[in-house]
Design a protein around this ligand. Structure first.
Ligand code: 5GP
Length: 191
C-alpha cells in the first residue's frame, strides 16, 4: 500500500535496529483517513473469505481493526491485556510475550463474544515474532472458531513472525514490509 509505505518512510522513527516507532499516525496519534484506507485494503484482500468478526489486541491494533470492521459491517473485538474486574463472565485466555516490552501478559476475551460459528480476521499494527497474532489465533481455536486470515499494517520481514504464522497454515497480508532498520534507516522489501 503505497500511501502507507511513504508514510512509514517519512514519519517512522528507528528506535534501534529492531524497533520502529510510528507515533504520528498509528501508535499514539492516529491518522483516521489512512487507517480507513488500511481497513479497506485489508478487507478487499480477504474478500473471498468468510469473516464474521475482526479480532485484535489492545491497544494499537484497534484503529486498523475498527476500520476494517466498519467496511465489512461486522463487530470488532479486542483481546484485553488484563482481566478487568468488570468482566464477570467466563473468558478465554492465553499468555502473550510482548516483543517491545519484553514482558508476558495474560490476554482475555469474554466467551460470549466468540463462538464456533465465528470466522475471524485477525488484525494487528505490527508483526515481529508473531507472538501477538499466534496468541489471538489460540483464542480463536479455544472458541472452536475459525481464523480466516491475518492482516498486518507493518511487518518487520527480518523477524520470523510471518514464517511462524504461515507454518500454522495462516494466510498473512502485510501492507508495508520493512526489510531492515540498520543504520537508523527504514528499508522496505523491494528497495
Ligand atoms: P510480535 O507479537 O509479532 O512479536 O510483535 C507484534 C506486537 O508487538 C504488536 O502488537 C506491536 O504492538 C508490538 N511491536 C512489535 N514490534 C514493534 C515495533 O517495531 N514498533 C512498534 N511500535 N510496536 C511493535
Amino acid at each position: 500500500m503505497r500511501t502507507l509505505q511513504d508514510r512509514v518512510k517519512e514519519d517512522g522513527v528507528v528506535i534501534d535496529e529492531k524497533i520502529l516507532k510510528v507515533d504520528s499516525f498509528l501508535n499514539h496519534q492516529i491518522d483516521a483517513k489512512l487507517m480507513y484506507e488500511v481497513g479497506q485494503v485489508i478487507i478487499d484482500h480477504f474478500s473471498d473469505k468468510k469473516i464474521t468478526k475482526i479480532l485484535t489486541i489492545e491497544a494499537s491494533g484497534i484503529a486498523p481493526a475498527i476500520m476494517a470492521s466498519l467496511h465489512l459491517d461486522v463487530p470488532c473485538l479486542f483481546a484485553k491485556k488484563a482481566k478487568p474486574s468488570t468482566m464477570t463472565s467466563e473468558y478465554y485466555h492465553t499468555d502473550i510475550h510482548s516483543f517491545t516490552k519484553n514482558t508476558t501478559s495474560t490476554v482475555v476475551i469474554a466467551k460470549q463474544f466468540l463462538n464456533e460459528d465465528d470466522h475471524v480476521l485477525i488484525i494487528d499494527d505490527f508483526l515481529a515474532n508473531g507472538e501477538a497474532s499466534l496468541g489471538l489465533h489460540r483464542l480463536v481455536q479455544a472458541a472452536n472458531a475459525t481464523t480466516s486470515g491475518i492482516g498486518i499494517v507493518i511487518e518487520k520481514s527480518f523477524q520470523p513472525g510471518r514464517e511462524k504464522l504461515e507454518s500454522e497454515g495462516l494466510e498473512v497480508l502485510s501492507l508495508c514490509q520493512v526489510s531492515s532498520l540498520l543504520g537508523n534507516k527504514v528499508k522496505l522489501v523491494g528497495e
